[in-house]
Design a protein around this ligand. Structure first.
Ligand SMILES: [Zn+2]
Length: 71
């Protein structure tokens, strides 16, 4: 059971690395930022996923939705 605290689409302001495929996310590119853990026993951490690893859709409201963790 995964714990997702926050799950939102952001626009990169600098270079990031996708936590799933390790590809570079360039400034201006949308990516998904997730704060949570894959398992309840895992420490909370922030994950960044590129558009190739997760659906990038603009979310409305609080942006919460259930997604599968990639990788
Ligand atoms: Zn990726």
């Amino acid at each position: 059971m995964s714990t997702v605290i926050r799950n939102k689409v952001h626009t990169a302001k600098k270079f990031y690395e996708c936590d799933s495929c390790r590809r570079q996310i360039s400034p201006g590119i949308k990516y998904r930022r997730i704060f949570g853990s894959a398992y309840a026993s895992d420490p909370l951490r922030e994950l960044k996923l590129c558009g190739g690893c997760t659906d990038i859709k603009e979310t409305t409201g609080d942006g919460h939705s259930d997604i599968m963790f990639a990788g």
